[in-house]
Design a protein around this ligand. Structure first.
Ligand SMILES: NC(=O)c1ccc[n+]([C@@H]2O[C@H](COP(=O)([O-])OP(=O)(O)OC[C@H]3O[C@@H](n4cnc5c(N)ncnc54)[C@H](OP(=O)(O)O)[C@@H]3O)[C@@H](O)[C@H]2O)c1
Length: 316
C-alpha cells in the first residue's frame, strides 16, 4: 500500500471480499494478508474471523457496502453472463464505479452496461479483459485519440495460438497439441471458450464498443474455432508462405473470428502464446501492437491501473 501513497497520494481500503461460498466485510478495512491466509487455509473468505458470512448470495455484499468501487472477477460466462452481469448492474445501480476482468457480461451486454454507467455518471473500466499485460485498449483509446480507427484485426487468444504453433511445428494433431497446452498450464481443463473462438470474439466485442463505438454484442459475431483444424490444413498454408491463425476481425462489413491464412511477413503472424493486433487508421495507416496476453499477475496489474485512473479522475 505504501507504493500507492508514494506514487498517487492515496491508500485504497478493501472493505469487502466475496467468493462462491460467502463474503467478509469491514467498512474500516480488511487485513489483506489475513484474508489471503483465510482463503488459502479454510477455502472460503467467509471464515474471516468475526467479519464473515456464509451465503450463496454474495451479491448481498454489494447491496450493503458503502464502497466507491466494486471489482468484479467472477468466472467468465458467455451464455448468461452471470453472476458477473448482475453484480455489475447492481454495483452501478448502487453508485459504485466498476472495474472488471470478466469478459462474459461485457460480451453479452456491453452497450447496455456502458449506457447504465453513463446514466449514473460512473466509470466502468475493464483493462484486464483484453491483453492484460499488453495495453491494447489503452493504446487505442489514448495513443490513437483523434484518429479514426477503420478496422482491427489480430490474434487475441494465446492458448489457440500456442496450439496452432505446436500443431504446425511438430505436426501434432489438435488433440495432442491441446493436451500439451494443458500440461504447460496454457489451457484450462475446459478449453472450449478458448479453442472455439468465444474468448477472442468477446475481446473483439469489447474493442468494437470501446474503441470503434460500435454497439455490438457476442450475438453479432460470426465465430469459428480451431478444434477442427488438421495438420494437413496447416501444411497447405505453409506451402503457400502463410501460417494458419485464429484471427478476429472488425470492420464496417465484418465482425468475425475464424482460422485464416496469414502471410509470414504480416505483423500479426506471431508464434506461441503471443497476441498481436493491427489497428487500421484513417490518417496514420496500420499500427500493430504485439505482446503477451494476460496471466493472473498481468490482470491484477490492469485492475490496479483502472483503480488509479478512477482515483485520478474522481479524486475519491
Ligand atoms: N487469470 C487470468 O489470467 C485472467 C486473465 C484475463 C481475464 N480473467 C478473468 O478474470 C476473472 C477471474 O479470473 P480467475 O482466473 O481469478 O478465476 P477463478 O480463479 O475461477 O476465480 C473466480 C472467483 O470468483 C468466485 N466466484 C465464483 N462464483 C461466485 C459467486 N456466485 N459469487 C461470488 N464469487 C464467486 C470464485 O469463488 P471460489 O474461490 O469460492 O470458487 C473465485 O474466487 C474471470 O472472469 C476471468 O475470465 C482472468
Amino acid at each position: 500500500m505504501d507504493r500507492f501513497i508514494d506514487a498517487y497520494g492515496f491508500e485504497p481500503r478493501v472493505t469487502g471480499i466475496a467468493d462462491s461460498q460467502g463474503f467478509c466485510s469491514d467498512e474500516a478495512g480488511l487485513d489483506l494478508a489475513l484474508a489471503l491466509k483465510v482463503k488459502e487455509t479454510k477455502g472460503t473468505i467467509s471464515k474471516y474471523p468475526g467479519k464473515g458470512q456464509r451465503t450463496t448470495e454474495s451479491s448481498r455484499l454489494i447491496a450493503s457496502s458503502e464502497s466507491e468501487v466494486a471489482v468484479e472477477t467472477t468466472p467468465s460466462n458467455f451464455t448468461k453472463g452471470e453472476p458477473g452481469l448482475s453484480n455489475i448492474k447492481q454495483s452501478l445501480s448502487t453508485g459504485k464505479h466498476v472495474i472488471t476482468a470478466n469478459k462474459g457480461p461485457l460480451a453479452l451486454a456491453m452497450p447496455a452496461l456502458l449506457e447504465l454507467a453513463a446514466h449514473k455518471k460512473l466509470k466502468m473500466l475493464f483493462s484486464g479483459t483484453v491483453g492484460g499485460g499488453t495495453p491494447f485498449l489503452s493504446f487505442a483509446s489514448k495513443c490513437l485519440s483523434g484518429e479514426k480507427i477503420l478496422g482491427v484485426r489480430g490474434i487475441l487468444n494465446g492458448t489457440s495460438n500456442y496450439i496452432l504453433t505446436r500443431m504446425e511445428d511438430k505436426s501434432l494433431t489438435f488433440k495432442k497439441a491441446l493436451l500439451e497446452a494443458q500440461q504447460k498450464g496454457y489451457a484450462e481443463s475446459d478449453p472450449s471458450n478458448d479453442v472455439e473462438g468465444l474468448d477472442t470474439a468477446a475481446k473483439m466485442v469489447i474493442i468494437a464498443n470501446w474503441v470503434m463505438k460500435r454497439r455490438i454484442t457476442l450475438h453479432d459475431m460470426k465465430i469459428t474455432g480451431i478444434s477442427s483444424v488438421t495438420p494437413e490444413r496447416l501444411k497447405r498454408a505453409r506451402t503457400s508462405g502463410s501460417r494458419l491463425k485464429l484471427v478476429g476481425r472488425l470492420s464496417e462489413s465484418e465482425t468475425s473470428v475464424r482460422p485464416e491464412e496469414v502471410p509470414l511477413n504480416d505483423s500479426i503472424c506471431v508464434p506461441d502464446t503471443l497476441n498481436a493486433l493491427t489497428f487500421s487508421t484513417e490518417h496514420t495507416g496500420d499500427m500493430t501492437l504485439i505482446g503477451q496476453g494476460a496471466g493472473g499477475e498481468q490482470t491484477a496489474g490492469a485492475i490496479i491501473r483502472d483503480l488509479v485512473d478512477i482515483r485520478q479522475e474522481y479524486k475519491i
